[in-house]
Design a binder for this molecule. Structure first.
Ligand code: 5GP
Ligand code: MG
Ligand code: MG
Length: 180
């Protein structure tokens, strides 16, 4: 599986350092707010698990699974809810945890849904940001790394369901998806 990776962009150590830094910021910003932290399944699972353990205040966790009717390489923007939240967001400070923001379609849709449901505030924490491809004016409040315009996998991010278990984020060799 490692031989399908062209280049490692962010090592396990770099990711842990960024989680530590963002966790410290979030601890400060969400002191006394008891936010609801929402993990967008499945890509954000690793990031969620690591970052919440660096947040040292009261937080509640919930999970949402959305499908964006895209192909394997990009989203389409019309988001369908596969698994909704268990907890109501009404009046809550909400923090969405995502793996990557690309065109911004998925998060634009999700953020407006949560605002429509009367969340008190909606902020976005993403491990990766690919600003070159942005179509929606959505800017994440907390960003781990800005990535170049390449298709990346690992640390939760998949290609056709695989590679999520790689402990680092890397660029997939184009030969892997060109043969499909
Ligand atoms: P957006 O709606 O912002 O265009 O797309 C966000 C979703 O598209 C991500 O949650 C992810 O599922 C997928 N995506 C976008 N870029 C990449 C990438 O480089 N690698 C992987 N594995 N998924 C991506
Ligand atoms: Mg995602
Ligand atoms: Mg995917």
């Amino acid at each position: 599986m490692n031989s399908d990776i062209k280049e490692i962009l962010y090592s396990q150590e770099q990711i842990q350092r960024v989680c530590q830094e963002l966790g410290a910021k979030l601890t400060n910003d969400y002191q006394d707010k008891k936010p609801l932290v929402i993990c967008v399944l499945k890509g954000a699972v690793m990031f969620m698990a690591d970052i919440v353990r660096k947040i040292d205040t009261y937080i509640e966790l919930d999970f949402m699974d959305v499908s964006s009717y895209g192909n394997e390489m990009e989203s389409s923007g019309s988001v369908k809810i596969i698994k909704d939240l268990d907890v109501s967001v009404k009046g809550r400070d909400v923090l969405i945890v995502e793996d990557i923001i690309d065109t911004g379609r998925t998060l634009a849709c999700l953020a407006s849904l949560l605002k429509h449901r009367q969340a008190k505030s909606v902020k976005i924490c993403t491990l990766l940001d690919k600003p070159d491809r942005r179509e929606k004016t959505i800017s994440p409040d907390y960003v781990g790394f800005q990535v170049p315009n390449e298709f990346v996998v690992g640390y939760g991010l998949d290609y056709q369901g695989f590679y999520r278990n790689l402990p680092y984020v890397g660029i997939l060799k184009p030969a892997v998806y060109e043969k499909n």
